[in-house]
Design a protein around this ligand. Sequence first.
Ligand SMILES: C[S@@+](CC[C@H](N)C(=O)[O-])C[C@H]1O[C@@H](n2cnc3c(N)ncnc32)[C@H](O)[C@@H]1O
Length: 434
Amino acid sequence: MLLKTNTQSTEDMNFLHIEIGSAKDNQKSPVHNWYKFTAGFSYKFVEEIILLEKLSQKPNSQIFDPFAGCGTTLVSSQKEGVKAVGNEGQAFMLDVIKAKLNWKISKRSFDKYLLLIKDSLLKKSKKLDLNQYAHPLLLTLYKDEILKDLYIVKNTVNSIKAEKYRLFFKLALSQTLHKVSIHPIAVPYISRNKILSNDKSVWEVFSHISEIMFKDIKELKEKESTSKIYLHDSRKPNRYIKNKQCDICITSPPYLNNLDYGEVSKVHTHFFDITNSWNDITNRVRKKLVTGATTHYIESDFIMADFLKSDFALKNKNLIPELVKTADTIKAFAKEKSGKKSFHLLTLLYFKDMYDVLVEIKRVLKRNGTAYLILGDSAPYGVFIPTTEILGRIAKNIGFDSYEIHKIRDRGTKWKSLRFRHSLALTENVLVLK
Ligand SMILES: C[S@@+](CC[C@H](N)C(=O)[O-])C[C@H]1O[C@@H](n2cnc3c(N)ncnc32)[C@H](O)[C@@H]1O
């Protein structure tokens, strides 16, 4: 049986526009545009929810984001002077968020470190042997001279002791990586069939990005820091966030669409020495995230009997037969289309993980708190899955009183490995849990 969904719209949400689930708005907004993130959503969504919930008039109110991403919720909250706390599972993204939340950068130190970096490039270590030093993937994405300069800047940035300046320039360097590569990187994956035109040096690009970031901060007038971020897997309780600490949750979870965040960030994680290989990406990145891609698990490790004994299965008995049936349908469709991906398992594992995150959201929220989640429905091998509605039903099983689904837009699908693209109408929605 294929699952169906219903959407509804209310006056409260009439600010929703078709780009609210994408990062398009963020490209024009200071600080939000410091890091180009494929999976981001609009900062305007956060601003609207803050208004809707009148959080600026409730001085001790707090927002929770269990999937902080590039920090959209946390940055917007800080801009609005509202307290917020978030978890992010990727170490690299944590540094990006920390840099975006740190607005106390002095002109004197900024100039001092920028000069230090410029000097290091002028002196250029002749000893830097790229073949010994550089990750093989990076050798294929940058011209040698460019890559040498990138490593020189990285070494100098890493030598900065003051964390806030180190992370500020690290973020500028991570954006430089995008601008000086031969092919576009992380869009969401490396596009080797496209060539970027760039005639600027690493220094020109890096210093330009740094200056813009500095100017953005000065315009924010050193507002107090009101947001906090933890490197944490939201499938588990974060002991630094108390029970009922937050009033509102604003987030966008990974979608059930096979996007592998480990792949998306691998140029950066290899460059910044967080990972070095496929195994590293699995152990240091994928394992700490909600199962959102078939690369997150080994198919033969899945044991249905264990799955049926999991907390998720035991607490969602009204859903499991439908889910298992849907998984079987996906498997049958895959066979028919000679598809090799185990999307049937991905579906089961995704909801199992999202159950754990919803439990954590429920724990962190006050009794009368509300969660707002931006989410897309899915269609693995052409089998429609109303992801939004299923998560709403799971939330009810966990103890939320009710859920509402507000449609943002219809959307196409990008199931990369789909041989024959389906023509199902999918939606992107806001799931409201009360
Ligand atoms: C859709 S993105 C979030 C987009 C984000 N709200 C924004 O606009 O910046 C999902 C993020 O959740 C993170 N993530 C996935 N699973 C996680 C987990 N179990 N705990 C914490 N973060 C996780 C991913 O690394 C990714 O950065």
